[in-house]
Design a protein around this ligand. Sequence first.
Ligand code: PGA
Length: 246
Amino acid sequence: MKTLVVANWKLNPQKLAEARVLGSRVEQGLLGMNREGMEVVLCPPFVFLPALKMLAHFAKLGAQNISHEGKGAFTGEVSADQLKEFGVEYVIVGHSERRTLGEDDKAINKKIKVCLEKKLQPILCVGYGTKKSQRISEIKKIISRQLKKDLSGLGRDVSKVAVVYEPVWAISRGLGTGKAVTPEHGKEIIDYVRSKGEFKKVIYGGSLDGNNSGAFAKAGIEGGLVGGASLDAEEFLKIVNAFTIN
Ligand code: PGA
């Protein structure tokens, strides 16, 4: 069983030199690990992809977003073909921070279809709209609605999609509280997602760190989407390690 650990650098770091150092440190760490059972993906801001392509050997490259258009008059967009030029193999789609900026389920559905058509691995985030106080049954309803809309028309191709359960309130910065869900909560919702389709992988995101990731791995969760902690190579490698050895 391969684990999938994805670093979502978001709008960080600010300097190319910092991005190079961070990427190189992760690479050095991966060099000394048994990499057989793991997929580690670095998702830097678009502008750092060329530099990361030069130094990433063990880690794969991912994008934080993609245009659902192929080419043409779409200011500020980046296409699948352009991403592939820089070695991108994975794309985070439907992150809550993008949904908050106005990306709707229709656009997310189109983006997933573009990814599959272009042989990029979509990593679909669900869980947006959930509040900490919400009951498990309500969270399941929200996720069920999101999965239905975001994966509409995919048929058996849902097996090519990786899904992240990422409740907004559990994110470490920005919209969240900085508190991860309990591994039991994560497992329950992830099992629910699994019951909705034969997805490639279902992982957890939200305030994962070097201390708590082992418990998620032990609970049977096959990986994570890591934001804040992925900006510290040592911390990120601890998370990778935890999901690999457990
Ligand atoms: P976090 O973010 O690990 O900082 O909570 C995860 C994400 O939003 O991708």
